[in-house]
Every structure is written in structure tokens, then in C-alpha cells.
Design a protein around this ligand. Sequence first.
Ligand SMILES: [Zn+2]
Ligand SMILES: [Zn+2]
Length: 283
Amino acid sequence: MGKRADLLGAHISTAGAIELAPGRAARLGIRAMQVFTSNQLQWNQKQITASNAASFRDRMRAHGVEFVCSHASYLINLASPSPILRRKSQAAMSAELQRCRDLGIPFLVFHPGAHLGSGEDKGLARVVDAMNRLSKGNGEIPALTVEITAGQGTCLGASFDHLAEIVRSVRSGVRICIDTCHLLAAGYELRDEASYGRTFDALERAVGLHRIAVFHFNDSKGDLGCRLDRHEHIGKGRIGLATFHRLMDDDRFRRMPMILETPEGEAKDPMNLRKLRARRRSP
Ligand SMILES: [Zn+2]
Ligand SMILES: [Zn+2]
């Protein structure tokens, strides 16, 4: 075992029951996964029972899944100018955090939200305010983990400055999630060694690489700065396989979970995982 064991993983379906996810991850041969803890497209969220939670924790151990994060519902918008939607979003985030706590999931990944025309500064201030309220009853775990976004429409979070502002202004230890597709779509070049270096240096200065909790490994249908959130299979989009290998070989990201969110999910995960691992099999 010359090479370190990787934490390549994937977003895993919880269809049927949340406790089925660890077994599905194991069947893909991975030790890292992301899940939704409820239907990501509905406000009415199913409760996690004590027996679901116990069974989930047992199976995590039994199947050797070392890392898990949760992705929050896409309906949540902490930046919304509507007080009603904001209150609803905050309640949904509270419930997300509670489910993470019940299930022993240490990171809740979420998008900061869209300002919907009310302006970036106001939008960011609302996000910070909501996160401060949320972290009050929460403590450090599960960690509120802000994902960089592609910056579609009025979505916040498509710049290191936005991430830095959130990290600076929220009182508890905020973590970040770097989605490679969103990074390119947001205008951060990383496809050659020099620009890769510059982009991660800029992230280090703005936020600190120690804040990264997880990478999302997605190739991108759109090109640099397109601001489109369109994931593509690894090596088939505008990023290309070499950049993913560069990330996997980067010592700063040793033992960092790298989670696929590529099209067709588990049906195509084996293909994407095979591509990522291909070069690493040679000594
Ligand atoms: Zn996301
Ligand atoms: Zn993502």
C-alpha cells in the first residue's frame, strides 16, 4: 500500500430509507458519501425516527463508511428578501441540523441562497444573520458548510469574497465545500498548473484552505465563467480528467473527501470512480 487510501465518494440515494445509504456506498466500493436527509424538493420533511438513526449509525460502521456529509434542501434560501420565505428557510435549516445531529453527520452543506434582486450586500447580510441564529443552539457540530456556487441568476456564493465575508461574520466555525464545476463556472481557472496554483492561493488568502470540509467532484458542461450549474461526467466536460488527478495528488488535500455529484448518480458512479482511480493504480 504505497498510495494512501482515498476518500473518493459519491452522493448516495436514500430512497426507501436513510439507513440504506451506507450499504449502497459499500457496494460502490467507497468510504465517503453525501446524502439528503429528507426529500430535497419538498418543504414537508419526514422525521428521522430513533430506530432510523440507530440503524444508520450501525451500518456506517459495519460498511466502513468513514465520511458522510448532508446536503440541504434546494428550497432553502436564507438570502431571500421575503421574511416569510426566510423564516421557512431558517426552520428548514434547523430541522436539517437536527437530523444531522440525530444521524451523527458532522457537516451540513448548503448554498448561501439567492438575493432575488435585493442586492448582494443585503443578501449576504441576511445569510450571515440566519447563520448566526442557527449556530446559537447548534455549537460547532454539525458544521454549517457553505458551498461555492456557479452564480446562476442572483445566487450568492460564487466568489471567494462572498465565502470570506460569511466565514468572517458568522460566530461559529463555518466550513466550506468546493465544487469543481461551480468553481470553473464562477470564473476560477484551474485547468493548468499555474492557474490551479493561483486559484488555490487566492482561496487560501481569502478563507484558508483549512476551512475546506469536502470537495464536490463534478466536471462542467459550461466553460470558465459561464455561471451555469451544469454538472458533467468526469473527463467529459470542460475541466478534464487531469485537473481531478491534480487535486487528488495535492498533499494539502490528503484525506479530503471528494464527492461525485455527476449525472445519473449511482448508475454511472462506477464509471466516474474508475476514471478517477485509473492513474492511481500504477505504483
Ligand atoms: Zn450543492
Ligand atoms: Zn456541489
